[in-house]
Design a protein around this ligand. Structure first.
Ligand code: IPM
Ligand code: MG
Length: 354
């Protein structure tokens, strides 16, 4: 059976890291006897330049029909005008919503050889292996009403944090299912001392926990969580939280791994195409130089193989090859080395087959 993968390289370093990661994905899939068909589409700033919109309906339809979508990054200074009506990020948010990928998984592991690349003390990093499950299609990013209006002669802006119990339940359930395969602990992060939506979140989390007697649930306020992520990150197994809390906490968590360039993500819904992307952005400062760290995107293809193509062995082989490359001291510029994106990928490819 042929698997249909849509590639959305996007802007900045996106095309560079996706181009490299596809080489690894193809090699790992071929070794597993899986054939892949790639379709490339525009998303973000490049789509605005070409079509005047950050994502066309055709692109969304192609993604909806695919088995999986691999995305690079969107955005850049060229499209950064806050007054602009069309923004690259609209493409990304529309894609997440259009695919119904309500759970964004961001695993953070600290490779022992990269401990010194993190600003944290080495003893705090020992044993860090956590997953953030970020709610991705609701919360503050999508709630209505949203917009501007004049109130008593003053311009007012409004964003709304709204969740239904069902939106909370499905993402918290997914977090518990992951915890069952891991260290059996879920940290549900909210701001229940202030926000009504968080009090509903907490109530639903308690209900879901009753379905999973083998998994422990702890609640943590988001301000405390932001502290614990750097003071005792090894104590966290699966952290589940609201869309914007998760956005903020995952950038913080990425510091643990030594470089944002290392971290993959998977966005999943109920069936349908999964969306895979590195958590780093378009990095306009280094775009076009061929020096971006491709490992976050390469590791995202491992997640793609695992969650969308049901090829766990191929996924594990990619992860092992990346681990070995790092253990062998191979480094791109972000980690103090001098390998180009292509050279780093060549090394991973060589290690895939040993
Ligand atoms: C991320 C990014 C996006 C988000 C931006 C680019 C809209 O920061 O994937 O974390 O906030 O979700
Ligand atoms: Mg972010």
């Amino acid at each position: 059976m042929e698997n249909n993968i849509v590639l959305l390289p996007g802007d900045g370093i996106g095309p560079e890291v996706v181009g490299q990661a596809v080489r690894v994905l193809e090699a790992a899939a071929a070794a597993a006897g899986t054939s892949l068909r790639f379709t490339e589409r525009l998303l973000g700033g490049c789509s605005i330049d070409q079509y005047g919109t950050a994502m066309t309906e055709e692109t969304l339809a192609d993604c909806q029909q695919a088995d999986a979508v691999l995305l690079g990054a969107v955005g850049g200074p060229k499209w950064d005008d806050p007054q602009a009506k069309v923004r690259p990020e609209q493409g990304l948010l529309g894609l997440r919503k259009g695919l119904g990928v309500f759970a964004n998984l961001r695993p953070v592991r600290v490779h022992p050889a990269l401990v010194s690349a993190s600003p944290l003390k080495p003893e705090r990093l020992a044993g860090v292996d956590l997953i953030v499950v970020r709610e991705l299609t609701g919360g503050l990013y999508f709630g209505q009403p949203k917009g501007r209006q004049m109130v008593d002669g003053h311009e007012q802006a409004v964003d709304t944090l709204v969740y239904t119990d069902e939106e909370i339940r499905r993402v918290v359930r997914l977090a518990f299912r992951f915890a069952q395969q891991r260290r059996k602990k879920v940290t549900s992060v909210d701001k229940a001392n202030v926000l009504e939506s968080s009090r509903l979140w907490r109530k639903v989390a308690v209900e879901v926990a009753a379905e999973f007697p083998d998994v422990a649930l702890e609640h943590m306020l988001v301000d405390t969580a932001s502290m614990r992520l750097v003071t005792s990150p090894a104590a966290i197994d699966v952290l589940v939280t609201e869309n914007m809390f998760g956005d903020i906490l995952t950038d913080e968590a990425s510091v643990l791994a030594g470089s944002m360039g290392m971290l993959p993500s998977a966005s999943l819904g109920e069936g349908g195409a999964g969306l895979y992307e590195p958590i780093h952005g378009s990095a306009p400062d280094i775009a076009g130089k061929g020096i971006a760290n491709p490992l976050g995107t390469i590791l995202s293809t491992a997640l793609l193989l695992r969650y969308s193509l049901n090829q766990p062995e191929a996924a594990a082989r990619i992860e092992a090859a990346v681990d070995k490359a790092i253990s062998d001291g191979l480094r791109t510029v972000d980690l103090g080395g001098s390998l180009t994106s292509r050279q780093m990928t060549d090394e991973v490819l060589a290690l895939l087959n040993v």
